[in-house]
Design a protein around this ligand. Structure first.
Ligand SMILES: C[S@@+](CC[C@H](N)C(=O)[O-])C[C@H]1O[C@@H](n2cnc3c(N)ncnc32)[C@H](O)[C@@H]1O
Length: 463
């Protein structure tokens, strides 16, 4: 349900007609239908705040309802009839400002300044009106930032001063722009849906999603792997280079042996299995990030890398650092910088993982020390082979690729391997008797910055 807050009935009329809304009796003029509700607040920010609260209470809505403040505004230069969306909302009296989170639409963006009395002199380049700050602060109490938008139709400017606009003129102005306002409302709905999906800690099946950001995550490959896995689903699933756990969390094997050479990621999973409720402060703040990074490195220095505190700090650093990278300096200190994300959703409740991991074993060694049972289903996903360069992703060089291929080829149970489809990887696995299938991976960023879809190889044996 999209909630519109407008100051005047003449601003509401085109919305009421568009959505086919009917009057809901009460202290405010309010109209409601299947897709939308409109409330007429009256002039001023206090009235807008009161109407927003009333609408929220009246609809008894979930936390992430969509809110739009629509109305007319004055601007120094913008032409009458132009529609602008607020990238910032400023309270003229107190000087308080709020940055908004905009959906992806190609409308002009403008600061919206809320004044207490109708403004004649448009001092700065901004849309001047009288309700936005009352609306915005209040709606933010009920919904996330991306769900709250403010859209203004320019009604007067320095050339066309129209203090006493008639209701008919205002209605005409809004009506003429309804085809611009509605797509913005729809784009806001889409933005909120997308953010909700990202924030959700479970996948479509209601199972927990990978808890960390991990380079080379293979969520996209799960549907292909599921076809291979299904006939073998009673076997133990082994991923000797398991990284972010996208595949086991997608396939949900009953029993699994999951290993990665990175001890911190495995320590984190071991703590999730034990049950963890983070006690450290988690905020998207650069000072806090560097303090936590320092503390994490102190724990490593003291040999306390398997402690619960180290696990919590690792989670925080992974979510907050640049691109979720996991890099260490020559002294073994974590050295990835602050990530500068707009928003980060820190998970506080990891209880779902406890159940999912209950029969899974976690270890941290080189892959070839992973103790395979003859019947195990093995899926291996090493760092990509990067041909023709000295660069070896994650320190995994060509000798490691060969070592892995030979180790996998000795396994008697079903084996699947994914990698970048380089010539030498294809030859290596073909010569070891694997069946080869090609897939197109999601877009990846190469080191040179160009975005090219990766051609992937899926090599299988004993399927
Ligand atoms: C491409 S990632 C795996 C991603 C994982 N499949 C996922 O979906 O999140 C490769 C992983 O191999 C691990 N790794 C690198 N060298 C290793 C080794 N010698 N033994 C075990 N794991 C290794 C890295 O730490 C990294 O997590």
């Amino acid at each position: 349900m999209i909630r519109f807050v407008v100051a005047l009935y003449s601003e509401a009329k085109p919305l009421i007609a568009h959505y086919g809304l009917s009057l809901v009796p009460g202290p405010f003029r309010m109209y409601s239908g299947e897709q939308a509700a409109v409330i007429v607040s009256g002039i001023g920010k206090a009235a807008a705040a009161a109407a927003t609260t009333y609408l929220h209470t009246k609809l008894g809505e979930p936390k992430d309802g969509i809110w739009l403040n629509i109305g007319i505004a004055g601007h120094r230069d913008r032409p009458v009839g132009e529609v602008v969306v607020a990238h910032e909302i400023v309270d003229n009296g107190s000087g308080k400002r709020w940055k908004t989170a905009l959906p992806n639409v190609s409308l002009p963006q403008e600061a919206v300044v809320t004044v207490d009395r109708a403004e004649d002199h448009f001092k700065v380049d901004a849309a001047y009106e009288m309700e936005a700050t009352g609306f915005y602060q209040t709606a933010l109490l009920f919904s996330p930032i991306e769900a709250v938008q403010c859209v203004k139709v320019i009604s007067d400017n320095r050339v066309s001063r129209r203090h006493q606009l008639k209701a008919k003129d205002i209605e005409k102005l809004i009506k003429a722009r309804i085809e611009i306002i509605i797509p913005l409302a729809e784009a806001t709905v889409e933005l909120v849906d997308r953010q909700n999906k990202e924030r959700s800690t479970t996948n479509e099946a209601g199972h927990p999603k990978p808890p960390l950001k991990w380079a080379g995550g293979k969520r996209w490959l799960v549907p292909h792997l599921r076809e291979l896995w299904t006939p073998h689903r009673d076997r133990r699933f082994v991923e000797p280079l398991c990284g972010g756990l996208a595949v086991p969390l997608g396939l949900r094997p009953k029993e699994a042996l999951l290993n990665d050479v990175n001890p911190h990621v495995m320590n984190f999973y071991a703590w999730l299995k034990k049950g963890i409720h983070p006690r450290i402060r988690m905020e998207n703040d650069s000072d806090l990030f560097y303090a936590h990074r320092k503390r994490f490195n102190e724990l490593l220095g003291k040999g306390e890398e398997t402690s619960q505190e180290a696990a919590e700090l690792f989670y925080y650093l992974n979510r907050t650092c640049f691109n979720g990278l996991c890099r260490f300096n020559s002294k073994g200190g974590f050295n990835v910088p602050f990530g500068r994300y707009k928003t980060i959703n820190y998970q506080k409740d990891f209880s779902d993982y406890r159940a999912a991991f209950s029969k899974w074993i976690f270890s941290s060694t080189d892959f070839d020390a992973v103790p395979l049972e003859p019947e195990d289903f093995v899926y291996a996903d090493p760092p990509y082979d990067v041909e023709f360069t000295q660069y070896a992703a994650g320190g995994f060089n060509w000798e490691d690729q060969v070592r892995l291929a030979e180790w996998l080829s000795k396994h008697t149970g079903p084996v699947a391997l994914s990698n970048q489809a380089t010539e030498r990887i294809i030859t290596l696995y073909e010569e070891l008797g694997f069946d080869i299938e090609y897939l197109t991976g999601p877009r990846m960023i190469s080191r040179t910055g160009d975005r090219t879809p990766a051609r992937e190889v899926l090599a299988t044996r004993h399927m």
